[in-house]
Design a protein around this ligand. Structure first.
Ligand code: BJW
Length: 250
């Protein structure tokens, strides 16, 4: 249902536990491309199974590594936008705010959100292919010419600590995301097409547990169909308006 900021403020009155689920769209205004938008999404240019699966990485480690190096450069020079900042500001308006993000860019933390669950890992962290040696940063391999570099502990090739297709999400993070979805009284969904599981099932879980779901997106994607309210527009525009209206009402 297409709604207004005023409707959302009314629905959010009295809410104590808020969950926020975000996707690539929230970082688009920071200059980081989304995946599935027809014109400029990453999957319009690259094959997801070649660039975001372990088999693809094993087939062509140099190509996938250089793609992530390029994207890491983009993330390092990106700044949180008005949407990220508004989401961080929600902590001043609700007693409990949990941000569940599919993004690997770390921009929610950079904006000041303090409880962020990164479902698909982080491009700022690296691990060896065996998964036994983790928490490396790219700087740890500065003295290696090989691409991808090798694990100093076991000699395996290094990969970004992100979740590729067919891989399990970090168990404890996913568990916390399920709990946040089941316990929240309202869920704000921002900038996701809602097609990648299991993240896409969280709004439905929240609905079934009795929460209201508000979707913010310039396009009427999957989530909008089942959300209680749909706020059509960019995160960087709609979210600051929502925060300002919530502040005015308190
Ligand atoms: C704006 C905006 C603005 C634009 N403001 N908004 C059940 C059924 C069917 C399939 C499966 C299933 N369970 C599992 C699967 C398989 C698979 C899956 O879901 N496939 C579907 C595609 C069909 N899932 C998995 O494999 C997951 N693993 C798993 O389930 O493990 C268990 C298992 C193991 C083995 C076998 C079976 C099960 C893992 C998924 C990992 C996803 N990884 C990626 C790459 C991460 C690393 C990287 O970045 O390189 O994650 S893929 C990519 O998609 C990335 C994203 O996080 C994810 C979601 O994309 P998102 O964020 O929604 O972006 P877009 O581009 O799709 O949408 C952007 C939106 O923003 C749009 O709506 C725009 O309109 C909007 N927008 N401007 C606000 N300014």
């Amino acid at each position: 249902m297409n709604a207004t900021i005023r409707d959302a403020v009314r629905w959010l009155a009295g809410v104590k536990r808020l969950a926020v689920l975000t996707g690539a769209g929230v970082s688009k205004e920071s200059g980081i491309p989304t995946f599935r938008e027809a014109q400029d999404g990453l999957w319009a240019q690259y094959d997801p199974m070649e660039m975001a699966s372990k088999d693809g990485f094993l087939r062509n480690p140099e190509l996938v590594w250089s793609w992530y190096e390029h994207r890491f450069g983009m993330v390092l020079s990106a700044q949180p936008n008005a949407g990220h900042r508004a989401i961080a500001d929600l902590e001043q308006l609700f007693p409990s705010v949990t941000v569940v993000t599919q993004n690997i860019d770390g921009l929610h933390m950079a904006a000041g959100s303090t409880h962020v669950l990164e479902l698909h890992g982080s491009i700022r962290r690296y691990k060896c292919l065996s998964g036994r040696h983790t928490d490396y940063s790219l700087a740890d391999f500065a003295d290696q010419d090989e691409k991808p570099p090798r694990c100093p502990e076991c000699g395996e090739i290094i990969r970004p600590d992100v979740v590729w297709f067919g891989e399990y999400l970090p168990e404890s993070t996913l568990q916390q995301a399920y709990e946040a979805s089941l316990r929240c009284e309202a869920m704000l969904v921002v900038g996701t097409s809602g097609v990648v599981q299991p993240a896409a099932s969280l709004p439905r879980l929240a609905t079934r547990a009795g929460a209201m779901v508000i979707d913010v997106n310039p396009e009427e994607d999957e989530i909008a169909m089942t959300a209680d309210l749909f706020l059509k527009g960019r995160g960087g525009k709609v979210l600051p308006q929502l925060v300002a209206a919530l502040r005015a009402q308190r």
